[in-house]
Design a binder for this molecule. Structure first.
Ligand SMILES: Nc1nc2c([nH]c(=O)n2[C@H]2C[C@H](O)[C@@H](COP(=O)(O)OP(=O)(O)OP(=O)(O)O)O2)c(=O)[nH]1
Length: 316
């Protein structure tokens, strides 16, 4: 079977909408919607191919440093096995024009207002609903340092309100069961349809609370199937665990620690280079964690991250 490398762009405007193109008559899968891009030519890197394709297909110019690696998906079509290198681009010059597509549309995830999408793109569209900001809760740690439950919940609530001022949030509740429930009850009134809660705990508890699920690397390694919940992700510390999260079809992974942290003092920090090596060619979005805050988002994206997960940065 022929193997083809393809580079595709998630061009995102500041309102969150993403550009899709409809494939023209006379091509493979005519009428289907895709992310702009095309085949990688011999001698090109996928990022170089994308800059060329975007100039040819849309007449826009993108600087190489604005082409940010995101996820790599494999798909077996009847005509070829494709490896799709998706990049995120938030800055370009020129107004996109349909030079090869039948139509162009700006669509705001998660609503998919155009259809059908190319078969390989379903999971990718789902990933676009994930916020770049994950807040990891810390109520148990606050109680350990002598704070009252009321004060700890109050701080978590205030942290969520601050984070949401920047856009939708993904909240990971990482607490013993009784605290988790109290925290979910406290945070939920602040959440809108674009926010997402995941429980670091048991599948049944997540189902009962109506949240997604976050797995530790140890729990990830004990599973042979994806938990049946709409959203599920995992923390991983090495590439082999990331491969497992991908194989189970999880929606995201969290990789770290990037910097030394107070919550995991013994763990060796990866640094951005170590993070980059683990996250390279990941099939699912990867959050960077470990001594990071919202101000690290730009560096994280350059290293291939979907976003930043933070604990203390939000509530300190
Ligand atoms: N550009 C793009 N291609 C995608 C996406 N999803 C997806 O499965 N693909 C597949 C479809 C094609 O097999 C391949 C893209 O190839 P292409 O558009 O350069 O070329 P093509 O097969 O239509 O035609 P040609 O260049 O051989 O004339 O990747 C996507 O979102 N964007």
């Amino acid at each position: 079977m022929k193997r083809v490398d393809v580079a595709a762009a998630v061009l995102r405007r500041s309102d969150g909408s993403v550009l899709l193109g409809q494939r023209a008559e006379g091509t493979f899968y005519p009428g289907y919607w895709e992310f702009p891009g095309g085949k990688v030519e011999p001698g090109e890197t996928p990022a170089q191919a994308l800059v060329r394709e975007l100039a040819e297909e849309l007449e826009i110019a993108v600087a190489p440093e604005d082409v940010l690696p995101w996820v790599v998906r494999k798909h077996a079509y009847a005509h070829a096995h494709v490896r799709l290198h998706f990049f995120r681009i938030g800055r370009w010059s020129g107004e996109p024009r349909a030079r090869v597509h039948a139509a162009l549309a700006w669509v705001k995830p998660p609503q998919q207002t155009v259809a059908p999408m190319l078969p390989a793109n379903g999971p990718v569209w789902k990933f676009l609903a994930l916020s770049p900001r994950m807040l990891v809760s810390g109520v148990a740690a606050m109680l350990e340092s002598g704070e009252s439950l009321a004060a700890a919940l109050e701080r978590q609530e205030a942290a969520l309100v601050r984070a949401r001022a920047l856009g939708p949030a993904l909240v990971q509740v990482r607490e013993p069961a009784a605290l988790a429930e109290a925290l979910v009850r406290r945070l939920r009134p602040h959440l809108g349809p674009e926010d997402l809660l995941v429980l670091n705990g048991e599948v049944d508890a997540a189902r009962a609370l109506g949240t997604g699920l976050h797995l530790s690397q140890r729990r990830l390694e004990s599973l042979s199937r994806r938990p049946e919940l709409p959203w599920a992700g995992a923390s991983v510390h090495e590439a082999s665990a990331l491969r497992r999260a991908e194989a189970l079809g999880l929606d995201y992974a969290v990789v770290g620690p990037v910097r030394p942290t107070r919550s995991h003092p013994g763990a060796a920090a990866l640094g951005w280079q170590g993070f980059r090596e683990i996250a390279r060619d990941a099939a699912i979005p990867v959050y960077a964690i470990g001594g990071l805050g919202p101000e690290d988002l730009e560096d994280a994206r350059r290293a291939g991250a979907h976003g930043v997960a933070a604990i203390r940065a939000w509530w300190d």
